[in-house]
Design a binder for this molecule. Structure first.
Ligand code: PLP
Length: 428
């Protein structure tokens, strides 16, 4: 195919209209959310632990029970954000001064900042071709200071939890999964966010299901749950609502408590999750199958998966031969009305890649002493360098990313297949 057929060079685009928007949970908000929130407002009871409604509507509690049952975990705790969920999980796990925590080179910066706020040192490891944490590099990054590993199921793709859990077990490390981008995903039939000792989810506006802001923690450990509960509700250790304290001794906590309005929204959104996932996964399967032959013919590939069936389906990622090819491919695809972008460009600031994490790379903290990096308890040597994870930068630089959503119909998927085929034929 000649290049002048490409929309980028003035040709007819593969589809006439813009590519469907993402925000799966947000765009599904409807009458049920309205009803549930109205119920809370009319009860005048906005607080989970006490209030005007008799009996309490228990929206947060109901969400927690439903979420734990859905994922197959013993305990769920609603919190105010995904960042709060990460901080709560790390605090419950006892991460503190002097502890190194291994995180991937490709994740939202909150994974790193949550470690810093617990006074730990984030240590950055490579991602592999799945664009999730590379188990081999995790092993290389383990030092006597390492206390935990944080697998991040980035863009809905499951990490290799079998290998990561085995490594953690061998070295006696805690595992805290960041499942913010993979709610509803699984690895070999088990829900993501139930492998690690205590794990975090986000309900922020751009995630699979949403309450605008919100988050949750999952764990199978009663002790870690108790610690998470105490940390997230630092003023309420006397609360009998959550069962007997037993011999649990309170420590200083914060306030990350979820409101009843958020709980009401979360409960309804959770009920929508499987339906949203099914449509999204169908779109991904259709496009992946429809582009397999052109990938083969033109020497590019869909990113491999640790478990394709458990992928959430929020996006397609293709690995191109090099960064220049990827840049042009993404530009050409966007011109065809299939909105695409690459995942790393040195000149374009993006806090999903460690290279651009200014506050971490330059150790800029809110306190004037620069804790935790200056902490006398820290006996390690870890140093941040922009070129610390060259393999990750190389992979992300030649990755072309297309957002998917439950709004992508079969007809939309077919335009994507046509567009990807057209661009590959013209450019590769
Ligand atoms: C969104 C996100 C977070 C933080 O969640 P918030 O609810 O925005 O605080 C953490 N980690 C990853 C991977 C995310 O995508």
């Amino acid at each position: 195919m000649s290049k002048d057929k490409l929309a980028l060079y003035g040709g007819q685009p593969a589809r006439p209209t813009a590519w469907p928007n993402t925000y799966p949970g947000a765009l599904s908000i409807g009458a049920e959310e309205e009803q549930a929130v109205l119920e809370v407002i009319r009860s005048q009871n906005l607080f989970r632990y006490y209030g005007a409604a008799t009996p309490s509507l228990n929206k947060v509690k109901s969400f927690e029970q439903a979420f734990a049952a859905y994922a197959g975990a013993k305990h769920a705790l609603g919190v105010t954000s995904g960042t709060a969920a990460l901080m709560t999980a790390l605090a419950a796990a006892g991460i503190g001064p002097g502890d190194e925590v291994i995180i991937p080179a490709y994740t939202w910066i909150a994974t790193a900042t949550a470690v810093v706020w617990n006074m730990g040192i984030p240590v950055i490891a490579e991602v592999d071709e799945t664009l999730t944490l590379d188990p081999d590099d995790v092993e290389r990054k383990i030092t006597p200071q390492t206390k935990a590993i944080m697998p991040v199921h980035m863009r809905g793709a499951p990490c290799n939890m079998e290998r990561l859990m085995a490594i953690a077990k061998k070295h006696g490390l805690m595992v805290i999964e960041d499942t913010a981008q993979a709610n509803g995903g699984y690895f070999r039939g088990q829900h993501l966010g139930t492998f690690g000792h205590i794990n975090a989810f986000s309900l922020q506006y751009s995630k699979m299901i949403t309450t605008g802001e919100g988050g949750a923690v999952l764990t199978n450990s009663h002790e870690l749950y108790r610690r998470a509960q105490a940390y997230h509700d630092g003023g309420g250790i006397w609360r009998k609502t959550e069962g007997d304290l037993g011999d649990f001794l309170p420590f200083t906590g914060v306030n990350f408590r979820m409101t009843e309005i958020t709980g009401a929204l979360a409960g309804i959104q959770l009920g929508r999750l499987e339906g949203l996932l099914a449509r999204q996964r169908a779109a991904k399967a259709r496009i992946t199958a429809g582009t397999a032959a052109i990938c083969q013919a033109k020497g590019f590939a869909a990113r491999p998966s640790n478990d394709a069936a458990g992928d959430v389906g929020v996006c397609l990622v293709y690995l191109l031969p090099d960064a220049d090819a990827a840049q042009l491919f993404a530009k050409a695809l966007s011109a065809e009305n299939i909105s695409a972008h690459t995942l790393f460009t040195p000149a374009v600031e993006d806090w999903h890649v460690y290279y651009h994490w200014g506050p971490i790379m330059e150790k800029r903290t809110a306190n004037r002493l620069g804790c935790p990096w200056t902490c006398p308890y820290y006996e390690g040597q870890y140093a941040y360098r922009p070129d610390a994870c060259p393999r990750s930068l190389e992979l992300l630089g030649r990755a072309v990313h297309v957002d998917l959503s439950p709004m992508v119909t079969d007809a939309d998927a077919d335009t994507a297949i046509a567009g990807i085929t057209k661009v590959a034929e013209a450019l590769l």
